[in-house]
Unconditional design. Structure first.
Lengths: 772, 176
């Protein structure tokens, strides 16, 4: 882009310039410049020098366009909360923001992952809007001949002292540029962050945030007008299916061949241990792949403990000594002394299995590697810029030659927050090999067996209760394999360059664990929380260097740490002869935490008692509670369940969730997010566990990896606590999925007096507990 | 060349008779409502109506639907317009009450499964005018080859949308 000719002004550190006057149209573009590199754009896209990279565009017809590098994964945030936040800061109606451009690496400014969407109340777009608001006030002050502090923007009109001008009229006939300072690395996992401190609209003046606007992406999805990633078709495109290795450590011996009389147009592509089959039609690709797969020979490999020996393996065989130990910043007191001086003690181990993200649509992508060296990838990813970087690394080319375009797709709950969902790199490799655009569609089996999984974990707890029935000492040691493997698996199989595995030099996160679950029972005098990490199970012994690859899943790491803590706190309450909900309130100091606990007590029909309920006709009915603090949001959950003491069957009857995110941005959308997360939580609690043997994942379909159906649906009650005085907004698309598990396990303890210290609560496990 | 009737229109398709209907709909007829979820009739993302009955297009062969009426998500508005006897002009403006309810209740989260959910809801509401929650749960879990799965957990919103659609269909039927 050419440099501007006339510096119009400086807006709280943002450079505001007029690039010229135009006869028709007019626009204000809010783009960015890297801090320390004044006047230069952060990146240059060699593919499209005329690209528009503004966060916000104000048009002369008073419509506004916003851009974000984030994608939508069903949270709706970029179509609802982001529009509300921008409209609020600018002083325009919600409806004025007519267009949201998201995710495409050549058409959006900031990058980063689709996680922590509200950035603890300060998403990039909020600050960008605040800068734009100030720039518009400057423009209006000049136009109207008034001082800036005499002006206010309401309903898209700037007015003061009897004069007014619409935002569209302010930009009419001009091209105005506002260059906003940013920091960071566009194609890193975290992208760019808007810098500086432009004045923000006071929360007390909010009129748009707090209202239930509909999600603008809903209509197209309901009326079959959405362009899903599954709908992307390019001229000359071939369909492909993969033949993935027989085990997680199987090297290719010989690829199968094709009967060309049956499949005249199909083609086998082999690169290293990567085998794919392409054909002009999808059905030919599928049938040809079946033939190739049947004839492909792989080496055997056994290097996994198998799911039945998983926890024994983690306890006895895994190396927890090499990685640095993470200690909580809130550790205090002398736990050993507290234990020695307290009459009641508990020592217990808690276990959680591997889980799958399990999107309803298996991952798929289209890639077009062109003869000029430019690469286009069409996919559904949470971190398009990081994927762009990964593809460039794989091809040993510059990111300037890679464009990632994103489309709606099946939510996958964190799997691609480091860039890769699974099929993108394979599509690139196949496209490069055949010189045509290629669409790789994973099967359900591929998606369960070759994608990453949420890490299994074990936690050891020791705690003590004093003579007054108070928690006197608490120690927890968390053990979890490295959680974030963002390598492109197709590149690994093909022997092409990738970022390091978690246990390799240069890994962003390494194998160290972290404390993910903030301690909330502040009245406890002695607390010691630590987290231990290790490499991924099977990876280092696999000739393919893959093993059980782990990846963050909705509420990552915190779910693994919150389950043992919350079940243990319930056990401590019972040890103290106290009501588990009141016990939590008595150990809390934070008013918002007490607020959510009181809210679930009032709204769930919680029975305050210390004794177990009566059992009638072999079915017991009980209640359990859990809490969490995550991303600026306080949560509490009550589960009411029945347990059939003969069959071991558990029925979750009702879940009540209270959520205090500070400011509730959009009540209707938040409610749907919490309901959805709760269903996933019930699913995790009752059904979900990855099965694997010594060679690989054996869960291959929805029968061998069942998730909750509508039959498992409890009554769900969501209580939203709007707390504007907090002054900022936390988020609601995570946490809810982690709350139900400990609440349900606690309810099981209430019914049976037997502590359920692992999930899922399947009938066989439950029957074993009941017999013990 | 095989001729099939999709959303009230006869279409000629150049694909072998053993091709799953899903790929014909998506690739040959460019209908994007039905989605590939499992290819195993275990999830319902690919559902269509076949002579009014919900089937899984991923395991339904092209050859088996000759002479039958296929309705996809795209065809729901016209199906409703025909049932209600709307004029062509009104039909062009209308959505199926199930779709309207899905929008009003803000049912989709990621939305990938919702094609099958709306197809199943339409099948149910053409059979039972005012289903109870138990009947809705039965329809979406045990009535077909597998439960209809939603990984985002929109089941509460689906039940509320089915009930809303039942209400508007009853009202609009009485108006007709």
């Amino acid at each position: 882009m050419s440099t501007s000719t006339y510096v119009f002004g400086d807006v709280f550190g943002a450079a505001f310039s007029r690039r010229g006057f135009v006869k028709a149209g007019g626009v204000l573009l809010a783009g960015f410049g890297l801090v320390g590199q004044k006047g230069s754009a952060a990146t240059v896209d060699a593919l499209n020098p005329a690209r528009l990279e503004s966060w916000i565009e104000i048009h002369e017809d008073n419509t506004i366009l916003i851009r974000t590098g984030k994608s939508d994964f069903g949270q709706g945030t970029i179509f609802t909360a982001y529009r509300q936040i921008v409209a609020e800061e600018l002083g325009v109606p919600f409806e004025a923001i007519t267009t949201v451009i998201s995710g495409d690496t050549d058409r959006t400014p900031d990058g980063g992952g689709t996680f922590d969407l509200l950035m603890h109340g300060m998403p990039n777009l909020r600050k960008a809007a605040a800068y734009v608001h100030q720039a518009l006030l400057d423009l209006a002050a000049q136009r109207l001949g008034l001082a800036k502090d005499q002006l206010a923007v309401r309903g898209g009109v700037v007015s003061g002292v009897g004069k007014s001008v619409s935002l569209g009229d302010l930009v009419k006939g001009q091209t105005l540029n506002l260059t906003i300072p940013v920091r960071g690395d566009l194609t890193s996992m975290f992208g760019l962050t808007v810098d500086g401190n432009p004045p923000l609209k006071p929360v007390s003046e909010y009129t748009i945030v707090g209202r239930s606007f509909p999600n603008s992406a809903t209509v197209s999805k309901v009326t079959a007008k959405e362009t899903w990633v599954s709908d992307v078709r390019l001229p000359g495109m071939l369909h492909a299916r993969m033949v993935h290795p027989k085990t997680l450590g199987s090297k290719l011996v010989a690829a199968g061949t094709l009967d060309k009389t049956k499949f005249p147009n199909a083609q086998v592509v082999v690169k290293g241990n990567l085998v794919g089959v392409v054909a002009p039609t999808e059905w030919e690709a599928i049938k040809a792949t079946q033939q190739v797969a049947a004839g492909t020979r792989w080496a055997d490999w056994k290097g996994l403990p198998g799911d039945e020996r998983l926890f024994q393996f983690l306890k006895e065989d895994a190396d927890w000594k090499t990685a640095p130990v993470a200690s909580s910043r809130t550790n205090k007191g002398d736990v050993a002394a507290a234990m020695a001086n307290s009459p009641k003690k508990l020592a217990a181990t808690y276990q959680l299995p591997y889980l799958k993200h399990a999107p309803i649509g298996p991952t798929m992508a289209v890639a077009d590697v062109r003869t000029d060296g430019n690469v286009y990838v069409y996919t559904h990813t949470q971190n398009p810029q990081a994927l762009r970087s990964g593809i460039a690394k794989m091809l040993q080319t510059s990111v300037d030659h890679v464009v990632v375009r994103t489309f709606a797709g099946a939510g996958h709950y964190g799997r691609s927050n480091g860039g890769n969902a699974g099929a993108e790199d394979e599509a690139v490799i196949l496209s490069q090999a055949v010189g045509r655009p290629v669409r790789v569609q994973w099967t359900r089996q591929d998606d369960l067996q070759w994608s990453t999984q949420s890490s299994a974990a074990i936690s050891d707890v020791q705690l003590s209760v004093d003579a007054n029935g108070k928690l006197s000492g608490y120690e927890i040691k968390h053990y979890m394999p490295a959680m974030q493997d963002d390598r492109l698996v197709g590149a690994v199989l093909a022997g092409l360059p990738t970022i390091p595995a978690p246990n390799e030099v240069g890994s962003l996160f390494g194998v160290a664990n972290a404390m993910h679950d903030p301690w909330v029972y502040e009245a406890t005098p002695a607390v010691l929380e630590q987290a231990y990490g290790t490499g991924q199970v099977g990876q280092s012994s696999s000739p393919l260097n893959v093993g059980l690859r782990d990846h963050s899943l909705r509420t990552p790491g915190q779910y693994q740490q919150n389950f043992p803590r919350e079940v243990a706190i319930t056990e401590a309450a019972v040890l103290a002869g106290a009501d588990p909900l009141q016990f939590r309130i008595e150990h809390a100091r934070e008013k918002r935490l007490i607020g959510v606990l009181e809210a679930v007590r009032e709204n769930s029909g919680w029975e305050t008692r210390s004794a177990r309920p009566a059992v009638s006709n072999g079915v017991g009915r009980g209640q359990g509670v859990s809490v969490m603090f995550r991303s600026g949001t306080y949560w509490a959950c009550v589960a009411q369940i029945t347990v059939n003491l003969t069959s071991g069957a558990i029925k979750v009857e009702k879940i009540t969730v209270a959520v205090d995110p500070g400011i509730v941005i959009n009540p209707a959308q938040l409610k749907r997010q919490v309901e959805g997360g709760t269903v996933m939580g019930v699913s995790i609690a009752l059904l979900e566990e990855l099965h694997f043997d010594e060679s690989g994942v054996t869960s291959s379909d929805w029968r061998s990896y069942p998730i909750a159906t509508m039959a498992d649906l409890p009554e769900i009650k969501v209580v939203m606590l709007h707390n504007p005085q907090v002054g900022t907004y936390g988020q609601g698309s995570e946490a809810a999925n982690a709350l139900a598990g400990p609440a349900i396990a606690s309810a099981f303890f209430d019914v049976t007096g037997k502590a359920a210290r692992r999930l899922p609560l399947k009938a066989d496990y439950v029957k074993g507990l009941l017999k013990a | 060349m095989i001729t099939i009737a999709v959303n009230g229109v006869k279409r000629q398709v150049q694909a072998s008779a053993d091709t799953p209907l899903l790929y014909v709909l998506r690739n040959d007829l460019e209908l994007s409502g039905p989605q590939f979820g499992c290819g195993l009739a275990q999830c319902g993302a690919c559902s269509v109506l076949l002579n009014g009955k919900e089937v899984r297009s991923c395991i339904t062969t092209l050859g088996s639907v000759a002479g039958k009426e296929v309705t996809t998500l795209e065809g729901l508005p016209a199906r409703w317009a025909k049932q209600k006897g709307l004029s062509e002009a009104d039909a062009a403006k209308t959505l199926h009450p199930v779709q309207e309810a899905w929008i009003a209740e803000q049912t989709p989260l990621c939305g990938f499964c919702q094609n099958g959910m709306m197809i199943k809801a339409t099948e149910l509401l053409e059979r039972v005018t005012s289903p109870s929650v138990a009947e809705i749960k039965e329809a979406f879990t045990t009535s077909g080859p597998s439960p209809h799965l939603c990984r985002c957990g929109s089941y509460t919103a689906i039940i509320q949308a089915v009930q809303r659609a039942a209400g508007t269909m009853a009202t609009k039927r009485s108006e007709a």
